[in-house]
Ligand binder design. Structure first.
Ligand code: IMP
Length: 441
């Protein structure tokens, strides 16, 4: 069977921990979108590993697949694999031949365009990893695919077409100097070498066929979404979004496994008990504007370690936004949710939730389709009595009933509003600090 893990907010919901938890029962873990803009920390055998591309399951003896919907920076991929090998692991990573490669010029262009957009506040606050420019080239039918790296002649043809365009963009449009990232020979040499490594290590696959074969053989396959629903290119707060589809539909297009197969499995939405955001754009339930709110945001940021995994940037913090979650549950069709970081809110006198919005004097239960209108929304809050800080490890060991009553009331509210059962509750960063109510595999 399949289990798909989807971020239901703005990314950083703690998907990695849940992938880890349920991934134990998976044979294969596949990513279906994004690239090295994602960041996850995995603790295995007391050692900590920070990864952005290698799926976490791959360091636990599972097969890790980067699907065709991913954008793969081979430099990052091989750096991570080499580092893991030096530390005594032997990750089994397969890459879809249909996935697109991030080239050095994509990173340069990401930086230039963000800078250009910042004058009109349209910069998305990207991770600078070249994600957007690579997906642009994919849609523009001028991208370089992983399969192209395997054949030096095809690679040269692709580069000879696209690199002069990129160089002209930098020099003629932006009036800047194009550096070695735009040198066809150097790019060809480096990237055909990656192709050689991929080929020699038999790392590339036809992802749809590979994964469907596993499902048909009775294996458990997990689809691991990166980022979150509200930064989905189609369903998120455009233009402050990433350039792929973290929502469950992306698991189909991003791997080549049919929606009937994925739809027969479970789709689990990962919810952080409050909101955090690394990028720019509106955030109706953001804690800001007065000393009390700023202090509260600072407290949650520190307690929750709300600093970007990839960039280290401090994250903006807000109360849970229910219209955002209703939108996520509908878009991906959640069969269950996991609520993370509940411990972070422990010790507050009261906990608020943006229950609905008021927009033009009308109450609305979901997000409007444009970001500008979203920015006009005023949240109507529900206030819950807080719960005390606790010995969360002990609570995790004792199970759901050991959660403070007010924390249970908060979870019941979220579950009722989304009409979706709670499968797991994260109350600490460690592997054992998640209360498991249901196991999808
Ligand atoms: P990009 O994906 O680097 O192009 O960035 C586009 C937007 O998505 C920015 O607002 C980023 O902060 C956000 N973003 C990208 N990856 C992540 C992530 O893993 N977690 C949270 N936000 C992300």
């Amino acid at each position: 069977m399949t289990v798909t893990i989807v971020g239901s907010q703005l990314g950083d919901e703690g998907k990695g921990g849940i992938v880890d938890l349920y991934g134990d029962a998976a044979d294969v873990v596949a990513r279906y979108q994004g690239g090295d803009n994602a960041g996850h920390t995995v603790v295995e055998g007391g050692e900590e590993y920070k990864l952005s591309l290698v799926p976490s399951g791959a360091i636990r003896g599972k097969v890790g697949v980067l699907g065709n919907g991913c954008v793969v920076n081979p430099r990052t991929l091989f750096d991570e694999i080499d580092t893991l090998r030096e530390r005594g692991l032997d990750p089994d990573v397969r890459v879809a031949q249909r996935a697109h490669a991030i080239l050095p010029y994509h990173r340069v262009l990401d930086g230039i365009e963000e800078e250009a957009k910042s004058d009109s506040d349209l910069d998305a606050g990207t991770t600078g990893r070249g994600i957007g420019p690579t997906y642009e080239d994919k849609a523009g039918r001028r991208g370089v695919r992983i399969g192209d790296l395997l054949d030096p002649e095809t690679l040269r043809d692709r580069l000879e077409y696209v690199v002069p365009q990129k160089r002209a963009l930098v020099e003629d449009v932006y009036g800047m100097e194009a550096g070695e990232e735009f040198d066809i020979d150097a790019l060809h040499e480096e990237f055909s070498e990656y192709g050689r490594r991929l080929r020699e290590n038999d790392m590339t696959v036809n992802a749809g066929e590979f994964l469907t074969d596993h499902v048909e053989a009775g294996d458990n396959v997990m689809f691991e979404g990166a980022q979150g629903t509200s930064i989905d290119i189609d369903h998120g707060i455009y233009p402050y979004v990433t350039s792929s589809n973290p929502t469950a539909g992306g698991a189909c297009t991003g791997t080549g496994v049919g929606p009937t197969t994925i739809g027969q499995g479970e789709i689990i939405g990962i919810v952080k008990a409050y909101l955090s955001r690394v990028g720019t754009g509106p955030l109706p339930t953001e804690l800001k504007g007065d000393d009390e709110s700023e202090d509260l945001a600072e407290y949650i940021r520190e307690e929750g370690g709300e600093y970007g995994t990839v960039t280290g940037r401090p994250r903006r913090v807000g109360w849970l936004d229910m219209p955002m979650l209703r939108h996520a549950a509908r878009t991906s069709g959640f069969t269950g949710i996991a609520v993370n970081h509940l411990d972070v809110l422990g010790g507050l006198d009261e906990v608020k939730v943006g229950h609905t919005y008021t927009l033009d004097g009308e109450e609305t239960e979901t997000m409007p389709p444009t970001t500008e209108r979203w920015g006009d929304c005023d949240p109507t809050y529900r206030t819950f009595d807080g719960w005390p800080d606790a010995d969360w490890e002990a609570v995790a060991a004792d199970g759901y009933d050991a959660l403070p009553d007010n924390a249970q009331a908060y979870l019941d509210y979220i579950s009722d509003e989304l009409d979706t059962p709670v499968y797991a509750v994260g109350i600490g960063p460690g592997r054992d600090e998640t209360i498991v109510l249901d196991r999808p595999f």
